[in-house]
Design a protein around this ligand. Structure first.
Ligand SMILES: Cc1ncc(COP(=O)(O)O)c(C=O)c1O
Length: 362
């Protein structure tokens, strides 16, 4: 079977010596290896400072706190995402006000964001769903006009670009996830990319109980709620090995995604997405809209390819549905939405085979 998602562990001869050194160094907690991973990640993103964490969810939680979200504040978000995006809003005490999606990309609609602003809106959460960039220019404009900060959930879009710049540089706070099946994994882990140096320093305190590591424990005075969210040297060592060839990994996703963009176009029953001008997706998964979705899923399955919807829409979870807002565009698209594999493990023969199966009808 060609899986829809796959965990990528660096080759044994690359990973094991690095891991062994850290494991027996006498220092496995947050230390120099974490520091090095952050600096290397900053070089990759080319903008902002990297705050390494033990999950992408922790990155979103800290981002929401830094954006000032607390009990009762509204956060505009999308229902088409993995649950952590919206669970994190609840962790910060926020209430989720869903905006509808843009049928072009399946990402949050800038028009719907504008219509969802209220006097209680404290932040706007946007997600590059499945690796496709959001409408960065228009969302930035809304943020500028309204003074409401944007939090970018880029868990799916490591390495994507908009106007030539990588995800992590478009908005003041961007969350990445290195959970098992993302472009790169640290087994579990995440990074919050922060553009403002003061917020970055505050983020450091929040990630470790509110304690300032620059001062000794007895000199510290905790002034606000912090958490145990830091990354440790072991996970960072895995991350450093992943960064060695992260560009090649992303390039494989992109090459497969671009291949499907061309090879699947014009097939009856398939509607492809229409990315925003200036955007270069990093195709974590390949996303399309399909008539008789179950028929195609079954046919692909019979021929050895896993295809799936992957995520339940967040507003279908009782706890994540604060305002019971109608989302007509998502309603229309959701039953036709399908992801097919397009990651680093999909070979040229695999992608040809997938296209041939789809072309032959279902
Ligand atoms: C869109 C999205 N946001 C956030 C997360 C949370 O990341 P993590 O699992 O590292 O906490 C995930 C992945 O699980 C995700 O898919």
């Amino acid at each position: 079977m060609i899986p829809l998602v796959k965990t990528r562990i660096p080759p044994r001869h690359v990973l094991m010596p690095v891991l062994e050194e850290v494991l027996y160094s006498g220092y496995v907690a947050q230390g120099d290896t974490v520091e090095e991973f952050e600096r290397r990640f900053e070089e990759f993103v080319e903008g902002g400072s990297s705050l390494s964490l033990n999950s992408g969810t922790a990155a979103l939680h800290i981002a929401l706190i830094l954006a000032g979200v607390s009990d009762g504040d509204e956060v505009i978000s999308t229902a088409l995402t993995a649950e952590p995006t919206n669970v994190a809003i609840k962790m910060a005490g926020g209430r989720i006000r869903y905006a509808d999606i843009d049928p072009k990309t399946m990402n949050i609609s800038p028009d719907s964001i504008r219509n969802s602003l209220t006097s209680s809106t404290k932040a706007i959460m946007v997600v590059d769903y499945a690796g496709i960039p959001v409408d960065v220019d228009r969302i930035r404009q809304i943020s500028e006009d309204s003074g409401i900060p944007v939090i970018h959930d880029a868990a799916h879009s490591l390495g994507s670009r908009f106007n030539g710049k990588r995800s992590g540089t478009h908005f003041p706070l961007t969350a990445f996830s290195f959970q098992a099946i993302k472009h790169i994994t640290t087994i579990d882990g995440g990074i919050l990319q922060v553009s403002d140096p003061e917020l970055y320093e505050k983020g450091k305190l929040i990630r470790w109980f509110g304690i300032d590591k620059n001062h000794n424990r007895l000199q510290n005075n905790i002034r606000f709620q912090g958490y145990k969210y830091h990354m440790n040297n072991v996970n960072a060592a895995v991350g450093l090995c992943q960064l060695i060839d992260v560009k090649d990994v992303i390039e494989k996703h992109v090459s497969n995604g671009r291949f499907f963009d061309v090879a699947l176009s014009g097939i009856p029953g398939i509607e492809l997405l229409n990315y925003y001008e200036g955007s270069e997706p990093s195709y974590w998964l390949y996303t399309m809209l399909v008539d008789n979705r179950e028929g195609l899923v079954q046919k692909l399955h019979e021929r050895g390819v896993v295809a799936s919807v992957l995520h339940k829409r967040s507003d279908a979870h009782e706890y994540l549905n604060d305002f019971r807002i109608e989302l007509p565009i998502l309603n229309k698209a959701y039953d036709r939405l399908l992801h097919i594999p397009c990651g680093w493990w999909v070979t040229s023969e695999d992608r040809e085979r997938i296209v041939e199966i789809v072309r032959s009808g279902w």
